[in-house]
Design a binder for this molecule. Structure first.
Ligand SMILES: C[S@@+](CC[C@H](N)C(=O)[O-])C[C@H]1O[C@@H](n2cnc3c(N)ncnc32)[C@H](O)[C@@H]1O
Length: 384
């Protein structure tokens, strides 16, 4: 059968795109320092901005369509989309992730540092009792630290402007590990740190100052970025069907990072339920160590549901990019990229490129040492 001119042109353009993809240095070894907006709050296994940025710059997407990240985490894809002037939408189950994404992509609140000073002035005088129900709270937070955090949160409840409220809550979230007895973000041992009530207020003011500087240092215009707090596997895509031109994501994968655990006390303090997040979190290690534990089959099913969603929202011939590593489940190494490629094929996607990239040493600080993972795969899949 003869191909139409359009189809021939499309093939040529698409083969150029693939060639361009293979010519990129995916280790980004010579990358410049990340923009300060990326450092406002810790998040495990986040993208370096260059990665989604390179995919968005290289892969075509119809004008006016959305960039979609179904596992948006701390919103790196959404920020990079804004830097390129593209509207975007991101979904994540984790309320701390969504808070970070909203603040990173939202307007810089007016007079943020002044609001923080007012809150500290009121909180340092108040003798609020800590009434938020947090399991094992005395093990992780000294009594006077608890009342200082509770006083800040209480004062914050009076803030009416949503952008200011979100930004100040994010600043509190960002200091919680530092003012707790927890050794560090990645070490879950309780140690003596000699933190005082005054330190809590000083760290809060410092965090707000840093956040404010990062927000005003964004020298790009803020294209619309919508953040949806939801389980991607059960998301109703109404309103998004056919509106997405490009998907860029790094999904959670089995028995690897534990986003809910990493943010457990942040969630308790900010009034969320980390245990509900854990139940729905794809790949959480807890699911792999209980009786009737999850297997790689669960991951197949979860990615199938993800691709069904992507299929509904993505334009025809649109690209879906997945950045994914390997897992170790009960001693067996699982290549998650193979699973995603196979599931994508079932749903009608072809593979345009499969590239292995070295994970930078900073990413490895959230180490998957139990799996000795040093590379990950960039998969570019195309809807037929
Ligand atoms: C690899 S991280 C994404 C990191 C992101 N690329 C960034 O730069 O911050 C995977 C994300 O998937 C989220 N996640 C896990 N299970 C989910 C589910 N069922 N629905 C939505 N998000 C989920 C986790 O909360 C985590 O933020």
């Amino acid at each position: 059968m003869q191909m139409t001119i359009d189809a021939v042109t499309r093939r040529v353009v698409e083969s150029d795109i693939c060639e361009n993809l293979y010519s990129i240095d995916w280790s980004f070894a010579n990358r410049e320092r990340a923009h300060e907006i990326e450092a406002i709050h810790p998040y495990p296994a986040k993208f370096i901005g260059e990665l989604p940025g390179a995919l968005m710059r290289t892969l075509s997407h119809p004008k006016g369509t959305l960039v979609f990240d179904p596992f948006a985490g701390s919103g790196t894809t959404l920020v990079e989309a804004q830097r390129l002037g593209l509207p975007s939408v991101g979904v994540d189950l984790n309320p701390i992730a969504c808070l970070i994404s909203r603040v990173k992509t939202g307007v810089a609140p007016v007079n943020l540092t002044e609001s923080a000073s007012r809150i500290v002035a009121a909180a340092s005088k108040s003798v609020v009792k800590q009434t938020i129900k947090i399991p094992n709270v005395d093990h992780w937070f000294k009594a006077d630290i608890q009342t200082a955090i509770a006083a800040l949160l209480e004062e914050l409840n009076g803030v009416e402007d949503i952008a200011t409220y979100d930004a100040l809550r994010l600043a509190i979230s960002s200091i919680l590990v530092r003012v707790s007895n927890q050794e560090s973000d990645t070490r879950y041992a309780a140690i003596e740190k000699k933190i005082t009530r005054e330190n809590v207020f000083a760290h809060f003011v410092g965090a707000v100052d840093k956040l404010n500087k990062a927000l005003v240092a964004r020298d790009w215009s803020l294209a619309p970025a919508k953040v949806i707090e939801a389980n991607t596997l059960t998301l109703n895509p109404k309103g998004l069907e056919g509106k997405v031109g490009l998907v860029v994501t790094s999904p959670p994968y089995p028995n690897a990072y534990e986003y809910w655990l990493y943010h457990k006390y942040r969630m308790w303090w900010l009034g969320f339920d980390p245990l509900a997040v854990k139940e729905q979190e794809i790949g959480a290690r807890a699911h792999f160590f209980k009786r009737n534990h999850h297997t790689e089959e669960h991951f197949w099913g979860q990615m199938r549901d993800t691709f069904k969603l992507i299929d509904r929202v993505l334009v025809n011939r649109g690209y879906a990019c997945f950045v994914i590593g390997r897992s170790k489940i009960h001693g067996k190494i699982i290549d998650n990229a193979d699973i995603i490629q196979a599931v994508a094929k079932e749903v009608g996607f072809s593979t345009s490129a499969r590239i292995e990239r070295t994970i930078s040493s900073t990413r490895k600080s959230f180490n998957l040492s139990h799996a000795n993972i040093k590379t990950e795969t960039v998969l570019v899949l195309q809807k037929s």
